[in-house]
Ligand binder design. Structure first.
Ligand code: SF4
Ligand code: SF4
Length: 332
């Protein structure tokens, strides 16, 4: 079993491109915040222009098309083809599994590196309580269709207090699916999670007891598993991806963030104005990245302090890693 921390690098860039904020579902932990990111759907002409802003470093940039639900965009297939022709390193579609507009018949496995499906429970009951009635059946059917059509297929399971108890059931559920990668995510307190309920976070004990073990179990099925580190060990160095990595979270109202935890606030450091990428003046998220605090991630302390614990002398029990620092587990 190989376990490694996926280090940040300025030489590898990720473009998380939200084409629209519209979605057919209304998951209780959805991070999309329409008050901040509007209800605009980008037209294909604009999508092409915005992709071209990042084309100079396309060969080391991964594009992830997101929404809302990206397959609700009738021209998603054209966006994929454009990204491919511009030479981006990899192209992923993150979907809830409803696969609108017949998307799997409009793109090919050569054009899409990963079809990535979000499922948040091993049973219909738990998943549908989080993501909406009927979504378990739709998503699992979508995964099977994607695999049968030859797409490299991955799954995302967002762990929260509502579903961590079913994560250990996932290895058995996915045995027959034929997926290539499995991503475990940690619930972020933003969007709906921030507005509706602050009790969705899992405790450190539950996270450490369950997640690494399940990850290994899934990896034994020759599936690559990735999960966020969350809690740093004493000898592990804290780094902020906002400083040492090259990530862009683009929204259809033109906001471009470097840190996903900042997305509930108008503190984006970049914006796309008249189809040009421009820096914003101070104060913005970049000013926060440089604050050096004993708790590790500054934004975590601001928006989800429930992850923190302190010793009697007031020093933190652990440092919280950047949410983008990942652990990868695989057989090879
Ligand atoms: S989490 Fe994804 S599928 Fe669920 S409502 Fe939000 S955008 Fe839609
Ligand atoms: S999650 Fe924290 S550490 Fe990571 S980029 Fe944002 S502020 Fe920096």
């Amino acid at each position: 079993m190989q376990k490694k921390t996926v280090a940040f690098s300025k030489d590898s860039s990720n473009l998380f491109f939200h084409l629209l904020t519209k979605c057919n579902l209304s998951c209780c932990h959805c991070y999309i915040n329409k008050k901040q990111h509007g209800e605009n759907t980008l037209d294909i002409k604009t999508i092409k222009k915005w992709l071209s802003l990042f084309a100079a470093k396309a060969n080391h940039t991964n594009v992830i098309f997101l929404g809302g639900e990206p397959s609700l965009h009738p021209d998603l297939f054209l966006a994929v083809k454009e990204a491919r022709s511009l030479g981006f390193k990899s192209i992923t579609i993150d979907t809830n599994g409803y696969l609108f507009h017949n998307i799997l018949n409009k793109v090919t496995p050569d054009e899409v590196d990963f079809m990535s499906f979000s499922l948040d429970g091993a049973t219909e009951k738990t998943n549908d309580a989080i993501r909406g009635k009927g979504s378990f059946k739709k998503c699992t059917a979508g995964i099977k269709e994607s695999v049968s059509k030859g797409f490299s297929t991955s799954m995302i399971y967002t762990v929260s207090a509502m579903n961590f108890h079913e994560l250990p059931m996932m290895p058995a559920l996915i045995k027959s699916f034929g997926i290539d990668r499995f991503f475990i995510q940690v619930i972020g307190i933003r969007g709906n999670s921030a507005e509706n309920n602050n009790d969705l976070q899992v405790t450190k004990e539950n996270w450490l007891k369950i997640v690494p073990k399940v990850a290994e179990e899934i990896a034994r099925q020759e599936i690559i598993v990735t999960y966020p580190k969350v809690f740093l060990k004493e000898d592990e160095k804290f780094q902020c991806a906002g400083i040492v990595a090259d990530n862009y979270f683009i929204f259809p109202n033109g906001r471009v963030y470097r840190c996903p935890l900042c997305e509930d606030f108008p503190i984006h450091s970049l914006k796309i104005k008249n189809d040009t990428l421009v820096q914003r003046g101070r104060i913005n998220e970049k000013d926060l990245f440089h604050l050096n605090i004993a708790e590790g991630c500054v934004m975590n302390k601001i928006i989800q302090p429930g992850t923190l614990a302190y010793k009697n002398d007031g020093t933190p029990e652990h440092k919280i890693a950047c949410c983008m620092l990942k652990q990868e587990v695989s057989l090879k």
